[in-house]
Design a protein around this ligand. Structure first.
Ligand SMILES: [Zn+2]
Length: 441
């Protein structure tokens, strides 16, 4: 008998069959050294494997850990600080002044841990983050045991993190080299947006990446105003400008994309760009609607992101999935658009593809990392009756049914409680920041 670390025996598990999420029953999932070693019948599992631990989950369905493809984790400390105003007012008069005053390693650490706690409890196991002091965020991910892509911020104006484009790029290079090959944390470049990064810095970034070959994530075509301003200043819309600057030599992760004409969709196909859909942030800031059904039809890969909690205002990807589904339907006046299977794909394997991690995460399959969420089935009044698992997961309230979470086979949530983080401590630390930030406004 082969010795393994853990056997999970759930009521059911969701596997990808013919590109569709399919609920399978009567199977056990076997974990060895952080990876899924086997998925087999209960009888086979008993015959073949000698496990250190067996967990019976008679009332649970396992799904792959969800993937939040765009976040600013530490902005969780600014949840609700400024609501119901347009993007540029929100940034210029609220977010950026607060950041200039308070953002440093301690702010980033406390905000990141708060965000990780919230994401674990709502079924997210991988998150992409763009924020200052990413070295501190990396430590928070390692402490909590969450998988992440950290795109280092690149801007042309000074912040508490760096002074100018060169300063940000220098830090990005050092950080990426330090974390190269890390099993949990992937590093990428995060030019903030076309309106905060000038041509010279973009050219230097392209040069740096010819050497580093890192993933790139950027806020792009978030609002109509961004596209109009670019036309005035550069004679072209932002996508075309970035194309001319050579940024699309890589599979860039384009966040928001609420403004896309047919030519730009063709360019995205030609350059194999990925799109990150952040429906709730786009709705809250009234930025616009990403044309997801059209993009999916054209074969463009789309992931889902929450964006930061200051513009959402939560990091619950299960809720974001429902919003993405409903928004796709109302935008096209087509109830078949963004169906539950497509939404599930976007939050799992689609998200993994956005981050270039599809060989490691995104589905429950042999050889992939054991990033797993156990959803409890029985006893929830708002998830009953239960005709269809996927329907209840996406369209009914489901985040309170997240019972257990594993990342690389390590349990980070048990019986709905955090294991690697102390919830009381997170709340205590957050209260201190709440006081500091309220005194200054
Ligand atoms: Zn963002």
């Amino acid at each position: 008998m082969k010795k393994v670390d853990l056997i999970l025996q759930p009521k059911g598990l969701v596997q990808t069959v013919d590109n569709k999420p399919t609920l399978e029953t009567g199977k056990a999932l076997i974990i060895l050294e952080g990876k899924i070693e086997d998925i087999t019948s209960l009888d086979e599992a008993k015959k073949k494997y000698d496990s250190k631990e067996i967990i019976y989950l008679n009332d649970h369905v396992l799904i792959p850990g969800l993937i939040n493809t765009h976040n600013h984790m530490s902005m969780s400390l600014m949840r609700g600080i400024a609501d119901d105003i347009p993007l540029m007012d929100w940034l210029n008069n609220h977010i950026w002044p607060t950041e200039m005053k308070f953002v440093g390693p301690k702010f980033v650490e406390d905000g990141a841990l708060l965000a990780i706690g919230e994401m674990f409890l709502t079924g997210t196991t991988t998150c992409s983050d763009m924020y200052f002091f990413p070295e501190t965020t990396a430590k928070a991910l390692e402490k909590a045991g969450m998988r992440g892509q950290l795109v280092t911020p690149i801007l042309d104006f000074p912040t508490t993190y760096a002074q100018d484009g060169d300063g940000y790029l220098e830090k990005a290079e050092i950080f990426a080299k330090k974390y190269s090959g890390n099993p949990l944390v992937n590093i990428g470049l995060g030019p903030h947006a076309p309106y905060t990064v000038g041509d010279e810095t973009f050219k230097k970034l392209v040069k740096l990446n010819e050497k580093m070959n890192l993933p790139i994530q950027i806020h792009l075509h978030e609002t109509k105003g961004e596209c109009d301003d670019s036309l005035k200043s550069f004679g072209v819309r932002p996508m075309e400008r970035l194309n001319q600057l050579g940024l699309f030599s890589w599979k860039v992760q384009c966040v928001h994309m609420t403004q896309m004409n047919d030519e730009e969709i063709d360019l995205a196909i030609k350059k194999d760009l990925s799109v990150v859909h952040c429906p709730e942030s786009n709705m809250k800031l009234a930025s616009g609607i990403c044309p997801v059904p059209k993009l999916l039809k054209k074969g463009i890969n789309v992931g889902i992101g929450t964006d930061g909690a200051a513009s959402n205002n939560d990091l619950n990807l299960l809720g974001e999935m429902k919003t993405a589904g409903l928004l796709g339907k109302v935008d096209t006046l087509d109830p078949t658009a963004c169906n539950a299977e497509e939404i599930f794909h976007m939050a799992t394997l689609g998200g993994a593809k956005v981050l270039g991690l599809q060989d490691r995460v995104g589905e429950l399959a042999v050889g992939k990392m054991a990033d797993i969420v156990a959803i409890k089935e029985e006893g929830f009044i708002d998830s009953f009756p239960n005709f269809n698992f996927l329907s209840n997961l996406i369209y009914a309230q489901s985040s309170q049914r997240v019972d257990s979470v594993w990342v690389s086979g390590k349990r980070v949530v048990k019986d709905g409680e955090l294991v690697t983080l102390n919830k009381d401590e997170l709340l205590e630390r957050t209260k201190i920041w709440q006081e500091k930030l309220s005194q200054s406004s």
